[in-house]
Design a protein around this ligand. Structure first.
Ligand code: GLU
Length: 325
């Protein structure tokens, strides 16, 4: 009897050990992380999708799911609350978020648990206006129906700063909308709004789609106001949208731009982020097929324009590659 109960006890212990170990091993095998991206009709979303596919095939221990969102401001907040592990966002917004400055969303609420992993490509403030509206300059937006950007976007922040240096406020516009980028495009096509701001990479699906309608043109952000903007908010640079980037765009258009970048949540282990960054760089040809702007990711420029401290996992990778000392 004693022997039987002892072997039974041993059996139970063995089962328990297995029950505890097996699921942990499985969970470790499939660690799940989320990437906060942006508009389905933008550039962040296809780039995040490509990263997720690369991770899926090349890092058996990790799975990355992609979430669409309003983009930059929302993404920084998702990192802050721990609801996203990786995020794409604009470098100006990353700086404001990390330092808790400039934007109401971050003042007194800095997002300190955010570590940079790489910068990618310039995002140009592309102000689309219907030909019918007659809008040719930012000042012409006065009294018009304007989409400032999606809720939680970096675009909205850029739009408000651009209006500010032109001596304008939201109240100077006829009607203001904060809606999804795809909805903004639909409303422009129907003439329900006159203009919409999109801070996004060249060749972004939303602008390509608008250009084929033949009803919409791009408005420049130039002159003394653009200079004032760059002085007040130093993340902006001036960039040119070359002629014929979009259908029917006969002339080049100059506007302002910031940089797209990626961050990781600082609570993520160093080796996980190191592995993520290394895997993406080892699979650049695949990554480059996601969108023309993906080609902006290069080892030599990966930390250029980085406005916040690097995640330790990314820093380790760049040191190993001699990009960082
Ligand atoms: N930069 C945009 C924003 O934060 C998102 C652009 C995109 O999804 O391509 O407003």
């Amino acid at each position: 009897m004693k022997v039987r109960s002892r072997s039974l006890a041993l059996f139970v212990v063995i089962i328990l050990v297995f029950a505890l170990l097996v699921p942990t091993a499985q969970a470790q095998q499939k660690r799940l992380v989320t990437i906060a991206s942006g508009w389905v009709v933008g550039v962040y979303y296809p780039l995040a999708g490509a990263m997720s596919r690369i991770i899926h095939t090349k890092m058996p221990g990790l799975r990355a799911t992609v979430e669409s969102s309003g983009a930059s401001v929302a993404n920084a907040q998702l990192i802050g609350s721990g609801d996203a592990d990786f995020a794409l966002l604009q470098n100006d917004i990353a700086f404001y978020a990390y330092n808790g400055v400039t934007l109401g969303a971050f003042k007194g609420k800095p997002v300190k648990n955010m570590g940079g992993i790489f910068t990618i490509y310039p995002e140009l403030v592309q102000v689309a206006a219907t030909h019918a509206s007659g809008i040719k300059s930012i000042k012409d937006l006065k009294g018009k129906k304007v989409v400032l950007g999606p809720l939680g976007s970096g675009t909205e922040a850029n739009a408000l700063q651009i209006l500010e240096v032109h001596g304008m406020k939201e109240a100077d516009l006829g009607k203001v909308e904060r809606i999804d980028a795809a909805a903004a495009a639909d409303q422009l096509k129907d003439g329900r709004v006159d203009a919409a701001f999109f801070t996004t990479g060249l060749g972004s699906a939303v602008i390509v789609d608008l250009s084929v309608t033949g009803k919409v043109g791009l408005v420049p952000v130039v002159g003394a106001e653009a200079e004032a903007l760059k002085r007040k908010y130093p993340f902006y640079t001036s960039e040119v949208i070359p002629a014929n980037t979009y259908k029917g765009q006969e002339r080049e258009v100059t506007t302002v731009a910031v940089m797209a970048m990626m961050v990781a949540r600082n609570e993520l282990p160093e080796d996980l982020v190191y592995g993520f960054v290394k895997t993406i760089f080892e699979n650049l040809p695949t990554f480059y097929t996601a969108h023309a702007q993906a080609k902006g990711l290069k080892l030599e420029t990966a930390v250029a324009g980085m406005p916040i401290p690097l995640h330790p996992g990314a820093a380790k990778f760049y040191k190993e590659k001699g990009v960082l000392r």
